[in-house]
Design a protein around this ligand. Structure first.
Ligand code: NAP
Length: 294
């Protein structure tokens, strides 16, 4: 039986988008321009096509311009770099997102690092990573930003909490650590070489799981009353049925001890695009020297 509050990521993401819609309207009224997000998709990866379609729809729903560049899988690295360069120079484009994965013949790092850091709405550029860690205004990766919003939807101040993040990727774990440090948490980042990981997790008032292994974190690893944010999205085959999405946390077990927990699906997932749109508005405001309200 679940004793935990279930954190409704769909509802929080809808609130974020509604708030953004109002801010985009206010920006148009006061400054007469509409932020634009360019999404570049190379090849025909089906999951990427779905993401890009959803991004495009949600961008328009909040009143911003969505510009999609769909390129064939055989597009050369030079052509891709030339497109990014043109988007960097285009004043109608405030945010640029190059959808990953890129085809193998393209050096993804080179392409991502060619994006103007001020338009880097994914927040992956080393300049934004540096800005985040030194405490300057940065474009911050969307999934950890969304995870933080969900944690704060339970408890506005996270100050003084012991937070354990499982996973140290550049996309989730590391930026999450920077964000929680900024919130005055005492942060531990666990990874595949961490010794006795369950004892480490057991100390946490806030657990963020970003491992990529279905139901890795068990219920008896969770400190009673902890807040659990499950970033994992793992496709698990169900015998005789369709594949199911599972998080990195054994949900039922953890929900019995936690004070609040995100479900999978319907937790962190829906927040990612909402935070991408938030970053696009922030990027537009920063580029125009307007007060950042995103
Ligand atoms: P990743 O790059 O594969 O990183 C996984 C991390 O987990 C690594 O730091 C790894 O440690 C650690 N790890 C692996 N096995 C472990 C073990 N046995 N014990 C402890 N740590 C272990 O993955 P990611 O990109 O951060 O994604 C993590 C999960 O979040 C995935 O399920 C992914 O699908 C999901 N995700 C969701 C969203 C969303 O929108 N909700 C966005 C991005 C990712 P080492 O560094 O030591 O190898």
């Amino acid at each position: 039986m679940s004793g935990a509050r279930i954190i409704d990521g769909k509802a929080v993401a809808a609130q974020v988008r509604a708030d953004l819609k109002g801010k985009v309207e206010a920006l148009k009224a006061a400054h007469g321009f509409t932020p634009g997000l360019a999404v570049v998709l190379v090849g025909e990866d089906p999951a990427s096509q779905v993401y890009v379609r959803n991004k495009g729809q949600q961008t328009k729903e909040v009143g911003m311009n969505s510009i999609e560049h769909k390129l064939p899988a055989e597009t050369s690295e030079a052509d891709l770099l030339a497109l990014v360069d043109a988007l960097n120079k285009d004043p109608a484009i405030n945010g640029i997102l190059v959808q990953l994965p890129l085809p193998k013949h393209v050096n993804a790092e080179k392409v991502l690092n060619s994006i103007d850091p001020d338009k880097d709405v994914d927040g992956f550029h080393p300049v934004n990573v540096g800005r985040l860690w030194v405490g300057e205004r940065a474009l911050v990766p969307c999934t950890p930003t969304g995870s933080l919003i969900l944690a704060k939807s339970v408890q506005e101040s996270l100050s003084g909490m012991d937070a354990v993040i499982i996973g140290r990727s550049n996309i989730v774990g590391k930026p999450m650590a920077a964000l929680l440090l900024r919130e005055n948490c005492t942060v531990t980042v666990a990874h595949s070489r961490t010794r006795d990981i369950q004892s480490v997790v057991k100390l946490a008032d806030l657990v963020v799981a970003a491992v990529g292994i279905a139901e890795f974190v068990k219920g008896d690893w969770i400190k009673p009353g902890a807040i659990v944010i499950d970033v994992g999205i793992n496709r698990v085959e169900v015998p005789g049925g369709k594949a199911k999405l599972k998080g990195d946390v054994a949900y039922e077990e953890a929900a019995a001890v936690a004070s609040a927990i995100t479900p999978v699906p319907g937790g962190v997932g829906p927040m990612t695009i909402a935070c991408l749109l938030k970053n696009t508005l922030q990027a537009a405001q920063m580029q125009r020297g307007i007060e950042v309200t995103a």
